[in-house]
Design a protein around this ligand. Structure first.
Ligand SMILES: [Zn+2]
Length: 499
């Protein structure tokens, strides 16, 4: 491809509003562009997306998956497939586009796969094989993906994530030195044991304007571990009061799943609704005397002795509350967020928590396994790993063009001819090559070659009269001067191919 024909707009300076490294690198290289809040993948960026897609498809095809395109409601098609199945299982995949939304501003291109089973006996084994397949795909792209348990218990995994640890990630992963890896969203907490303390008499205490955890700690002279935090929620039908220890966060996803609700079905009550339900101003809700509400208590709360909670009366709290003696729950569940320093469910050692980027998901359903790989997330991750202060540094396997040739002086016909000769030879050998034949200053051409980050860079300058060009690998300091014949030998060597 000749750069004079490519729509490209590199930029050296970029607004500080763009925080993500991957986004900064791709915008600087003119591979994506942000236009009034939406993103365009420009020709070079789109080419890499296609390259990643090709690589994923190749691996899936080798593993017996078949690509389909169904533009209607897939469920109706899959019902038909299930009815007509002759074999024990069928593998399909399809490329799908996710339209940008508030949560996913850039939108995505996903490769979504489905495996249907007539006989379910292989499902457990296949789930692990598909996890490995996704990790293999990422590895081919130069990314070290990890298998992270999502919805699971000690016996079974229902869903898992293929993720990459990254500061740009929005979700957290929980890890342990024993090898346990799980999403913070669904990682189960270990059960605590009952506090060893004598139960004291319950007492109502006047606490004017004392509402927040910090205010309560000061007022009662206790730690947040002695407080019972109340969170009031609702769905279409029910009010739910969830109770966790004062130092803990409620995990909404775990609560919803445990109660059999769908994800994001529950919403927090506003102040007005809180007042109506508890007959008290917000900040004074507690487990005693709540009516018409499903009471859900985190397991840890049942282990507390002589705790403090709201009295469901404005400006009052109750101290020395003990579970069972003073209140009961409709459900005792694991509904708190697991945090660093908590214990691992598998071995009991301390866990660590850090952010990850989600590259793919695998999910077990009644008679099928579904999975998806996010091609756009793979591109972002690669762009957040392979770069230096000068710009991107594509690995050869993903680079839109493994070779880039820059002509330094477009007024020198010898340079143009020499560069074209290399360009045509490489094209003939099916090596994709980008030729910078723009009428730009030398400085601009050098800078753009760095920003674009193609692995092999050939600079055609004044020395063509001696049959010599400059050759360098992006990111490495040393340059070589090579003759026309030496050049192809070197390219073969660096690309690991024979011409
Ligand atoms: Zn462990």
């Amino acid at each position: 491809m000749k750069l004079s024909n490519v729509y490209i707009h590199t930029c050296k300076e970029i607004s500080s509003e763009v925080e993500k490294i991957s986004e900064r690198n791709l915008i600087k290289a003119g591979m994506i562009k942000k236009v009034s809040g939406a993103y365009a993948y420009l020709p070079l960026g789109y080419k890499i997306l296609n390259r990643i897609q090709r690589m994923v498809k190749k691996i899936l095809n080798e593993d017996g998956f078949q690509e389909i395109l169904f533009l209607g409601n897939k469920d109706s098609f899959f019902k038909k497939v299930k009815k007509d199945m002759k074999k024990d299982k069928v593998f399909f995949y399809q490329v799908e586009q996710v339209i940008p939304s508030r949560e996913n501003k850039r939108g995505s291109i996903l490769i979504k796969g489905e495996v249907f089973y007539k006989n379910l006996k292989d499902m457990k084994k296949d789930f692990l094989l598909i996890e490995d397949l996704c990790v293999k795909v990422l590895k081919k792209c130069g990314v070290n993906g990890e298998k992270i348990k999502d919805i699971h218990n000690q016996e079974e995994i229902i869903s898992s994530i293929i993720g990459v640890s990254s500061k740009e990630g929005k979700e957290n992963i929980v890890t342990c030195s024993c090898g346990y890896k799980a999403t913070q969203r669904y990682a189960p907490c270990t059960e605590e044991s009952l506090e060893d303390e004598e139960e004291l008499c319950m007492e109502k205490v006047y606490t004017p304007n004392v509402k927040t955890i910090d205010q309560l700690i000061n007022f009662f002279g206790i730690t947040s571990k002695k407080l019972i935090k109340c969170l009031l929620l609702k769905n279409q039908k029910n009010f739910i009061a969830a109770f966790v220890r004062g130092d803990r966060e409620l995990n909404l996803a775990k609560l919803e799943r445990a109660l059999g609700f769908s994800y994001r079905e529950l919403a927090f009550l506003n102040e007005e609704e809180v007042e109506k339900l508890t007959h008290a101003k917000a900040g004074f809700a507690g487990p005693i005397g709540l009516k018409n509400t499903i009471i859900v208590v985190d397991h840890e709360v049942t282990c507390l002795k002589n705790a403090v909670a709201g009295a469901n009366e404005t400006d009052f709290h109750i101290k020395n509350i003990n579970y069972k003696r003073d209140f009961n729950a409709d459900y005792i569940l694991d509904i708190r967020n697991i945090e660093k320093e908590d214990s691992c469910i598998d071995c009991g050692k301390r866990i660590s928590v850090y952010p990850y980027m989600d590259m793919g998901r695998i999910q077990k359903e009644k008679d099928k396994i579904c999975f998806s790989l996010d091609i756009t997330a793979i591109l972002s991750t690669v762009a957040s790993i392979y770069y230096d202060e000068d710009g991107l540094r594509w690995p050869i396997s993903l680079s839109p063009y493994p070779v880039m040739i820059s002509i330094l002086n477009m007024n020198d016909q010898d340079q143009i001819d020499f560069a074209n000769k290399i360009y045509e030879k490489l094209n003939k050998e099916n090596i994709e090559v980008l030729l910078d034949d723009r009428n730009e200053k030398v400085g601009v051409k050098f800078k753009d070659a760095q920003l674009l980050g193609m692995p092999i860079q050939i600079i055609v300058g004044r020395k063509v009269k001696d049959n010599i060009v400059e050759y360098k690998i992006r990111g490495k300091e040393d340059k070589k001067e090579l003759t026309y014949n030496e050049l192809f030998f070197q390219i073969q060597k660096d690309l690991g191919i024979f011409m």
